[in-house]
Design a protein around this ligand. Structure first.
Ligand code: MRU
Length: 345
């Protein structure tokens, strides 16, 4: 089954509602920048590259809507659309990367009619969409070469087709390895509190018939100590100029454990996730989400009422713990500032 996380259909954006997977599979429709921003904020769509693609379509939708109205209101409406999208989530840099790319395209055709601008922006969103799948496949090929036949690979969160336009970053590496004839198996961390591992990664791997074992996050150390993990591959939301990696909360813990057990720790990372404007991980904005996610799940609450709760949604793994960054341009072993700069040269 091909997973189409987002699709352009009948002049609207449709996105799989990832909040209800795997119990139900449903598309929701989007017509404006504000509704796409709400879809990002509420996690209908999540995962750094998918958020970027959604935001690009959000800009195009807004332009299409505004191009039906008064020409004088077009610019102001567009600025509002950019603003609401930029405020949807703070950590994944792909959101800001996509908005900047859409803004440049808008500027390049600003002298044209709103209808023409809207069509050009839609074409750009569709290009970002298609490009993301191509990039994932290129990363997949580079990453698959790092995995031995029979490798048991642990991953954290969901960096799959659902987190991208399709194929996936970390899970794309697994798909490419299987396509290349390697018999790999996946260990999926559950990924408290939002359960992206249990709900999304496990589901994706089951759909593909790739052997997958689900564990709770606190079992990773035991599995490594037992010699049951050969490699770790995760995705990322933002990589700083020095190679520090922000990813789903709990990734840092996995990286420390991997180092302790001499297990390679790889990060699948498209160039759009590298933020050369941020010197090190300590400056990456970390989203703090609702206490309700930690208190329980959906309507069930298990924590004592009145308890204080923290819910940082991401953490930062220092570059020194990263064995390699898997990019569409190849694998950067032991990433550092000079090697990352060279990627963009
Ligand atoms: O909060 P989420 O589900 O958006 O977080 C997603 C992650 O942390 C992924 O690992 C990351 O975006 C990489 S996706 C290819």
């Amino acid at each position: 089954m091909k997973i189409e996380t987002l699709r352009w259909f009948n002049n609207r954006l449709e996105m799989i509602d990832q909040r209800i997977l795997p119990a139900a599979f449903e598309y929701l429709s989007y017509y404006t920048a504000a509704s796409v921003a709400e879809g990002i904020r509420s996690m209908v769509v999540r995962g750094a590259p998918a958020i970027g693609v959604a935001a690009a379509y959000g800009v195009a939708l807004e332009a299409l809507k505004l191009s039906q109205g008064e020409q004088a209101k077009f610019d102001e409406g567009m600025e509002e659309g950019f603003k609401v999208l930029a405020a949807s989530r703070p950590t994944a840099v792909n959101l800001f990367w996509a908005l900047q790319r859409m803004r440049r395209v808008w500027e390049s055709v600003a002298d044209q009619s709103p209808q023409q601008i809207a069509q050009r922006l839609l074409a750009e969103a569709q290009e970002i969409h298609a490009e993301d799948i191509r990039i994932n496949k290129a990363m997949g090929a580079h990453g698959a070469a790092l995995l031995q036949d029979g490798a048991r690979v642990l991953t954290h969160c969901n960096a799959g087709a659902l987190a991208t336009a399709g194929w996936g970053t970390a899970l794309g590496v697994f798909r490419s390895a299987v396509e290349a004839g390697k018999k790999i198996s996946v260990i999926a961390d559950e990924t408290r509190p939002f359960l992206q591992g249990a709900r999304l990664t496990a589901w994706e791997m089951v759909q593909e018939n790739i052997p997958v074992t689900l564990i709770t996050d606190n079992m990773a150390g035991y599995m490594m100590a037992q010699g049951e993990v050969d490699a770790v591959v995760v995705g990322t939301d933002r990589v700083a100029a020095n190679g520090d990696v922000a990813n789903k909360i709990g990734t840092y813990m996995v990286a420390v454990l991997a180092r302790r057990h001499n297990i390679p720790f790889y990060v699948a990372c498209p160039l759009s996730t590298i933020d050369l404007n941020i010197a090190s991980g300590k400056d990456i904005p970390i989203e703090e989400r609702s206490a309700d996610e930690v208190k329980g799940f959906r309507d069930t609450h298990w924590a004592a009422e009145g308890v204080q709760i923290r819910n940082p949604s991401f953490d930062v793994t220092p570059a020194e713990l990263v064995t390699g960054l898997i990019t569409e341009k190849g694998v950067v072993l032991q990433p550092d500032a000079a090697k990352l700069r060279a990627l963009f040269a």
